[in-house]
Design a protein around this ligand. Structure first.
Ligand SMILES: [Zn+2]
Length: 480
């Protein structure tokens, strides 16, 4: 609209100038070096305007000739980039659909069109991984290490590959580099800690833990618990190596950090006992019993006073029981010492209360002893019968895979999870496990030579990595 207005204004100006010139006639005479031009003022003005327009056109043409090749080059580059982006997008879609070969083809095209920019390189590496071409994937991941922008992604790719192939040493090396690059990443810190602890490198694991805690990667309670377990693992190693003093100090530190952690309390109390510091051993056991009653705590509590008569032993356990009144383990421990003191009726009462929670073999055995003490050997038979079909006693059970373990250990021996063992009822045995058809699914997967997946490979069972589902970097080969 404004353009049209200007156009009219311009037209009006030209018209009025023409009218003005028509009202004032005259001649223009140019006489120069033997040349003579004679014309009217109006014709002169028109010729001048034509000259100006021709000059402007020539200038435009010259500019276009100068910039032409550059403009054509840019257009061609824009076209390549557009085609590269289309290939990249197609490749990512193929990757998401699990079509590794197609993704690899498109990734290579994108690389050819876009050069060594990070995205096509990453797509090609991922696609090669998904297509099962691990050598090509490793080559591309290694190339990504050369550029700061892609270094972490390259390290991560190599780390996942190392975990998948079960190469712990390489995994540790890559995880350390990843930690140096991204120290604030919970994934990296968790994985490094898991790898170090699984390899028994407890001192290194502790350093990782402290670094992660300083950066607030773990919340406070997780940090404390992990530190307690790390200290305990070192205490246990020292104990096994005969370094009693070191074991004593480390187990006490572990117990102070996590009094509910029974293995640390037991080890610390045993070292106090060995040093003749019975009072301190008593306090350690009592502190642990307050939150985590356990049969071994009660047994050690009694063993601290070997000279006690049965009545005194009952009083000791009654005192321990009061710290966590009404707990099932308290009833079981009391029943044990009451039976030894031949106080059958009271023992029966505590066993009744314990049996409300869950029938266990040890409870049936104790009940048989009570019946035998009360009514003679013949009356124990019913409970002994019940014992044979009763569920097994409480034990350490992995919260991740449900596998029971006879002793506590930092990692589940079946699934490799860290700090997964808790005291409790073992799961009901499943028929498949009972018919002895050749071991766990993990063992079967290894034997059949299939590519390891998250449940088959111990390295991949690290919890930190299991949270990786659906991540573009962790592109695993599609399962048939
Ligand atoms: Zn497990």
């Amino acid at each position: 609209m404004i353009r049209v207005l200007w156009w009219f204004v311009g037209l009006a100006l030209v018209a009025s100038a023409a009218a003005w010139l028509a009202d004032r006639p005259g001649d223009i005479v140019v006489d120069w070096q033997g040349w003579r031009i004679e014309t009217s003022v109006a014709a002169g003005a028109v010729a001048f305007a034509v000259l100006l327009a021709a000059g402007a056109l020539a200038y435009r043409g010259w500019i276009w000739l100068r910039r032409g090749p550059r403009t054509i080059g840019r257009a061609r580059r824009d076209n390549r980039r557009r085609r590269g982006e289309i290939a990249l997008f197609g490749g990512m879609t193929a990757l998401a659909a699990g079509e590794g070969d197609e993704a690899l083809k498109l990734g290579r095209r994108a690389q050819a069109l876009l050069g060594d920019s990070p995205l096509p390189l990453m797509l090609s590496a991922q696609a090669a991984q998904q297509a099962g071409n691990t050598l090509e994937a490793a080559r591309l991941y290694k190339r990504m290490l050369d550029t700061p922008d892609t270094e972490f992604l390259g390290v991560r790719g190599l780390l996942v590959q190392a975990l998948r192939s079960g190469d712990t040493q390489a995994a540790l090396r890559h995880a350390r580099r990843a930690q140096a690059l991204r120290p604030a990443s919970p994934w990296v810190q968790n994985l490094l800690f898991d790898l170090q602890s699984a390899a028994g490198l407890w001192h290194e694991a502790q350093a990782t833990l402290e670094d992660a805690s300083r950066r607030k990667v773990f919340d406070k309670s997780t940090g404390r618990r992990r530190k307690a377990l790390t200290l305990f693992a070192q205490a246990r190693d020292a104990d096994a190596a005969g370094e009693a003093e070191k074991a004593a100090v480390l187990s006490r530190d572990a117990h102070a950090l996590s009094p509910d952690f029974v293995p640390a309390a037991l080890l610390a109390a045993r070292h106090y006992q060995a040093d003749g510091e019975t009072g301190k051993a008593v306090r350690v056991i009592e502190a642990s019993w307050r939150t985590s009653p356990h049969p071994e705590l009660a047994a050690l509590y009694l063993a601290l006073h070997p000279g006690d008569d049965p009545a005194r032993r009952v009083r000791r356990i009654a005192r321990l029981d009061r710290l966590n009144a009404g707990h099932r383990e308290g009833h079981v421990a009391l029943a044990g010492v009451l039976i030894a003191a031949r106080r059958w009726h009271e023992a029966h009462g505590h066993l009744d209360k314990a049996l409300v929670g869950r029938e266990e073999r040890r409870l049936c055995r104790l009940m048989a002893q009570v019946e035998e003490g009360q009514h003679g050997p013949a009356s124990a038979g019913a409970w002994l019968q019940r014992m044979s079909s009763a569920p097994p006693d409480d034990t350490w059970v992995c919260r991740g895979c449900g596998t029971p373990a006879s002793a506590w250990s930092p990692h589940c021996e079946q699934c490799g999870r860290f700090d997964s063992l808790a005291w409790g009822a073992p799961p009901e045995p499943r028929p498949a496990a009972a018919d002895g058809n050749g071991g766990s699914p993990a063992a079967l997967a290894r034997l059949s030579g299939t590519l390891p997946d998250a449940t088959a490979d111990p390295a991949l069972r690290l919890p930190a990595l299991q949270e990786e589902g659906g991540d573009i970097v962790d592109a695993s080969p599609p399962k048939a």
